[in-house]
Structures are given as C-alpha cells and as structure tokens.
Write a protein that binds this ligand. Structure first.
Ligand SMILES: Nc1ncnc2c1ncn2[C@@H]1O[C@H](COP(=O)(O)OP(=O)(O)OP(=O)(O)O)[C@@H](O)[C@H]1O
Length: 249
C-alpha cells in the first residue's frame, strides 16, 4: 500500500490563534483512516487545508506525491479530493438530483452526462427514489447521504468525510457504515472525522489523533485505545465519544 496523502508539519493560524500547529498524517491508498480529537482540536481546519478551502500557514500536503498546499479548492477537487461538510450544506431549494448533478458537472460538463452520472451515484447511495425531493424535505440521515452523493459525484479518489454519523440513530449509523464499506469496495480511499468511536473503531484501518492542533498519535484503533496520550486527551472523557446517537459540538 502506498501513501495517497501525506501531510507534514501542517500549521494554520487565525490571527493569534494557532488552530493547527504541527499536524502530520498519512492516508494509505484504499484504506479508511479516522481522524479524531477533542472539540476544537483542529480537525475541520485540517480538512479545510487539505481540500483547499483554507490556505495553510506552513507545512506540506502531498497528494499522489504532488505538493498541493495552498492550491485552490476547485483544483484540489479536480485532482481527486472530494469532501463533505460537518454542517450539512444540502441545497435546500434544489432537488436531490439537482444537488448531486452540481457535483457531477465538475468532470462531466455536458448536462446529460452529468445527470446520468448523478443518477448512478444516487442509486449507489440509495437515494434514487427520492431524486425529485427538495433538500430541505430530507431527514438528517438522507441529508448526510446526499452530501456523500454530491461529493462522490465529483469522482474523487480520496473522500474526506466530516462527521457523517453525527446525529444518526444506531440503525442509521449501521446503514452509513454499510455505505462506507461499499465506497471503499469501489476503490475510493476515505479519511473521516468522527466522534462516534463505537462506529469508527471497527472500520478504521488507522486512526490519527490530534489535540490542540498537533498530531499526538497515529496507528491502529486497537493501539489508540491503549495509548495514554490518546486516553488523556480524548478517550478519557465520556462526553467526547459517548452514545452513538449523540450530536457532538
Ligand atoms: N475561520 C476561523 N476563524 C477563527 N478561528 C477559527 C476558524 N475556524 C476554526 N477556528 C478555531 O480553530 C480551532 C480549531 O477549530 P476546528 O473547527 O478545526 O476544530 P475541530 O477539531 O474540527 O472541532 P469540532 O470537533 O468541535 O468540530 C478552534 O479554536 C476554532 O475556534
């Protein structure tokens, strides 16, 4: 397995606040890597820097061996990095099909091709029969599914998922895990931020833990739960990784 994404010494300042202050992480191709850490640790900021929404203050982000730190969001997306957002960005006044087509248009500029691809993706995620519903009319679980569909429609090789399980019931979490396994089986590599540890631990090949803007652990889930720094910084607090249906933040 080779590294699809290598992040080294990533730093991001917002004024005097050091949101990231030395994040290192490696994502192996074809694997699922979990990114965890306490509230405010810098997980979403790291996603923003990787996906081109934020310009890092320092550090390196290499995708397929090519430096992409500071590259604009749409270019990063074209290179093959797709992302979902923690706050569901569902297009309230668009239909499910329209919203997914906006993703598909990135690689398929002919509308007919984009719509056909969007329908394939909707079938894959299980939203095809809801394709004419408005985003605002969807349940939370379906809004999250639509976020994943829109990101998948850009045909990423690396998918960044930001808290796709938050707010879901245990049954919905199981469906989401099933979808994740099918996404991996399609050959898409996944880096996901997740607070629902009971879900993440069994499916993540590797876990990276950040706290106060720094990587404090990288390794298997089994080792993470026994690592003193991880327990002290994150797992030790039941509020941080509690019930499956909990909505963090
Ligand atoms: N645009 C911004 N301007 C100023 N400060 C920011 C901005 N975005 C994030 N921060 C700050 O950077 C730090 C890291 O925030 P970030 O959202 O990346 O953490 P997180 O690990 O994703 O947290 P959570 O688990 O709560 O989502 C926090 O102190 C946050 O308040």
């Amino acid at each position: 397995m080779s590294a699809l994404l290598e992040v080294q010494g990533l730093a991001k300042r917002f004024g005097s606040l050091r949101a990231l202050d030395g994040v290192d992480l490696t994502v192996e191709e074809g694997r699922l890597t979990g990114l965890i850490g306490p509230n405010g640790a810098g997980k979403s900021t790291a996603f923003g820097c990787i996906a081109g929404a934020l310009k890092p203050s320092a550090g390196s982000v290499r995708f397929r061996g090519v430096e992409i730190a500071g590259t604009a969001y749409h270019r990063v997306a074209r290179l093959g990095i797709g992302r979902t957002y923690q706050i569901v960005q569902t297009f309230a006044d668009m239909t499910v099909l329209e919203a997914t087509t906006t993703g598909a248009l990135m690689r398929r500029p002919r509308l007919r091709d984009a719509i056909a691809h969007a329908r394939e993706v909707l079938t894959f995620v299980g939203l095809e029969d809801k394709r004419y519903r408005l985003g605002r009319a969807l349940t939370i679980a379906d809004k999250k599914r639509l976020e994943v569909a829109r990101a998948l429609a850009t045909e990423p090789s690396l998918l960044l998922l930001d808290e796709v399980m938050a707010g879901l019931t245990p049954a919905e979490c199981r469906d989401a895990v099933d979808l994740l396994r099918r996404i991996l089986a399609r050959g898409v590599t996944v880096l996901m931020v997740e607070h629902v540890m009971e879900v993440l631990m069994p499916i993540a090949d590797r876990i990276v833990v950040i706290a106060a803007g720094k990587t404090i652990f990288a390794g298997t889930a089994g080792c993470a739960v026994r690592d003193r720094r991880v327990v002290d910084a994150y797992l030790g607090s039941p509020l941080e990784h509690g019930a499956i249906a909990e909505t963090p933040t």
